[in-house]
Design a protein around this ligand. Structure first.
Ligand code: ME8
Length: 659
């Protein structure tokens, strides 16, 4: 296996609901990443699929009045067809009800059992059906599961257990020795936090007479296994069944959201270790797409359907927005107006204008044929340098999972190309016959800029990139290096303007329809979207620290509306898009939140980690330069401009209320 092997996975999704924008995000993200690696010439494999066993699937089938198999067939094919409609180029789609998968699960179970790592016992605890696992008291918020907002039920029964606790010291050491095993760092820290205390043994089976919808244990067919011991193994069984295990394992990059960090960061590596299998390479964890009513769920009725957006805005516009508007690892708010503004600004304006102007001028001055280029002059240098550095720059950002910044880097070159046109003024050159050669060079450079940008953007907007290249008279045979190899366009190539790649979205019309939805309450728009629709600005100013200002007196009841809590800063980094902002990851007991704060002028990111501060915990979340901030850190600033964050004079547990 060489460094040029790249195997990437999405979670296998539960078939108890149809695909929504959250599932689409992870799957589109992995599609972008694997397209990028194919473009680099890597031996690439992309796996997705569906998770089909377990109690909640059985319940969903019962509710639909059909057998679990018929039910899972139906929803699994819905996932598959959604991915096909969204142009996802997965190499393999695995279902946990397939024989090939069950075979590998049985083999791994037997190995772990023979090793003495599976024991039989009675267990009582709080079980969440949504998570399909027992929760610890520390994982509850107000007695409820924080991901599903449901009260877990107490259960006690005889189960088989995987002796996970035994592997805790090994896992801590492994994570410490491999700093980029779980990334970004905030999630690595979170897993290390979980591992600081005993993790217990993992219940892996249910009595078959209560939950028949699972895989019978090879040594006791009165018990079945499902969900985590079954589901996680899909990443391995898909290779086993194809005979490609040697080729791709363990060069695997798992992509998941933070909801399933514990199973992937704790259960899965310990299972692999016990089974004597090599440990996967990277666990890459992203945040949630939110709406103003919180995490999307069917029960809340705030589900955003990916195919509706694709139908309305086109696949590539939708993909571009998702990748550009989420900083990997942090939460983001979905908003249709935000999507439309992003598409108009970057794709219709910056990229679309460059193409239209270039093809228009080529038509006017060179009969749509790419002209010869003379030697570049000083005036061309900035443009050429920017594009020549593009592949290496993108690689750095993509390797660091900073997809939004990688895309921004490409758009910087595109915007530079528009400035190049404004500065070189081809329309002026065209007035003077003696400047024809220079005019040719300028337009040749514009064609090259478009060719390179189209290649660089092709993992994100694959169809439109091909259309763009076709309009330049080029085909689809390129590699990522081609995005930086200046001079590959041939003089004499016939160009052909087509329909606009990204037609401008009429914002007035869209705003009016959003306002109508807001008025009737018929909306799942985000705060940001609603704010844009009603003309309120949402900006970084919201968090600005302004010093002491005496305000009107308030009653104790007014004051009681505010919730102040102690928060421990567990991670901190610079905001990727704003010089004055820091992005902090804070813990309130077991709850983790992101807070964007304007204190970067006074604190370096690393100085804040480990501090306990006071925050306003019930501020309405707001997006600050693209990142969702869920609270505000209290800080004091004096007349000389010194600033200090709030501190406590004794160690108090994080999450404690400040009164
Ligand atoms: O957990 N924002 O399946 P699942 C971003 N079957 N991503 C989101 C999201 C949101 N609001 N909501 C869901 C399971 N996702 C198990 C996994 S793997 C061996 C077994 C995405 O259908 C994200 O990738 O609940 C998240 O981790 C996953 O869907 C959960 O999918």
């Amino acid at each position: 296996m060489s460094d040029k092997t790249f195997y990437a996975t999405t979670p296998i999704f539960y078939v108890n609901a149809e695909p929504h924008i959250g599932h689409a995000y992870t799957t589109i993200l992995v599609d972008v990443v694997t397209r990028y690696h194919r473009l680099k010439g890597d031996d690439t494999f992309f796996l997705t699929g569906t998770d089909e066993h377990g109690e909640k699937i059985q319940k969903a089938a019962d509710a639909a009045g059909i057998s679990p198999q018929a039910y899972t067939d139906q929803i699994s094919s819905k996932f598959r067809s959604t991915w096909d409609d969204l142009g996802i180029r997965y190499d393999e789609f695995i279902r946990t009800t397939e024989e090939r998968h069950k075979k590998t699960v049985n083999e791994i179970l037997q190995t772990v059992y023979d090793k003495g790592d599976i024991i039989f016992g009675e267990y009582g605890g709080l079980y969440c059906i949504g998570c399909e696992r027992y929760l610890t008291e520390k994982e509850l918020v107000d007695g409820k599961c924080k991901d599903h907002d449901t009260v877990p039920e107490y259960r006690s029964e005889e189960n088989y257990f995987f002796r996970m606790e035994k592997y805790r010291p090994w896992l801590i050491e492994y994570i410490e020795d491999n700093p980029d095993f779980i990334r970004p760092e905030r999630y690595r820290n979170e897993v290390l936090g979980i591992l600081r205390e005993p993790i217990g043994d993992l219940s892996i089976s249910r009595p078959k007479d209560r939950v028949p919808w699972g895989i019978p244990l090879p040594w006791d067919d009165n018990h079945v296994t499902y969900v985590w011991f079954d589901a996680l193994i899909n990443y391995y069984s898909a290779l086993e069944s194809q005979g490609t295990t040697e080729r791709y394992w363990p060069a695997v990059n798992h992509f998941i959201a933070k909801d399933i960090l514990k199973p992937h960061g704790v259960f899965w590596p310990t299972m692999l270790k016990s089974a004597g299998l090599p440990i996967y390479k990277h666990l890459n964890v992203h945040g949630y797409w939110q709406t103003d009513t919180g995490k999307m769920s069917k029960s809340k009725g705030n589900v955003v359907r990916p195919l509706d957006l694709k139908d309305k805005y086109g696949n590539d516009a939708f993909r571009y927005y998702l990748l550009k508007d989420m900083s990997f690892g942090l939460d983001s708010t979905f908003g249709e107006l935000g999507l439309a503004e992003r598409v108009n600004a970057d794709l219709a304006n910056d990229l679309g204008n460059l193409l239209n102007r270039t093809l228009g001028m080529l038509n006017k001055y060179f009969d749509s044929v790419v002209p010869e280029s003379a030697e570049p002059t000083e005036a061309d240098n900035e443009l050429l340098t920017s594009f020549k550095a593009l592949p290496a720059d993108i690689d750095v950002f993509f390797e660091k999972l900073q997809f939004d910044r990688g895309i921004e880097r490409i758009m910087e070159s595109v915007r530079l190309s528009n400035r190049y046109i404004a500065e070189t003024k081809p329309w002026e050159l065209a007035k003077d016959e003696s400047k024809k050669e220079r005019l040719g060079t300028v337009l040749y450079n514009c064609v090259e800029a478009l060719r390179c940008a189209a290649i660089a953007l092709s993992p994100v907007i694959p169809d439109k990139s091909l259309e763009l290249l076709a309009q330049l008279g080029l085909g689809d045979n390129y590699t990522i290096e081609g995005a930086g190899n200046w001079g590959l366009s041939y003089a004499g190539t016939k160009t052909q303007a087509g329909t606009p790649l990204f037609p401008r979205i009429d914002m007035d019309e869209l705003r009016a329809s959003v306002e109508a939805d807001v008025a009737t309450g018929d909306t799942n728009m985000s705060d940001e979207t609603t704010a844009i629709a009603t003309g309120e600005a949402v900006s970084a100013e919201t968090e600005e620290v302004t010093g002491i200002v005496h305000k009107d007196e308030v009653t104790i009841d007014d004051f009681a509306k505010l919730e102040f809590r102690v928060a421990e800063i567990v991670a901190c980094e610079n905001h990727p898009k704003a010089d004055k902002l820091l992005v902090l990851s804070v813990k309130l007991a077991d709850e983790e939140r992101t807070i964007v704060s304007g204190i970067r002028e006074w604190y370096d990111a690393e100085d804040l980690v480990g501090k306990k501060v006071i925050i306003v915990a019930n501020l309405k979340p707001v997006k600050l330069r693209g990142i969702l901030s869920q609270g505000m850190i209290m800080a004091a600033e004096d007349a000389d401009g010194n600033l200090a964050v709030s501190a406590l004079d004794k160690d108090i547990a994080s999450g404690s209320e400040v009164r």
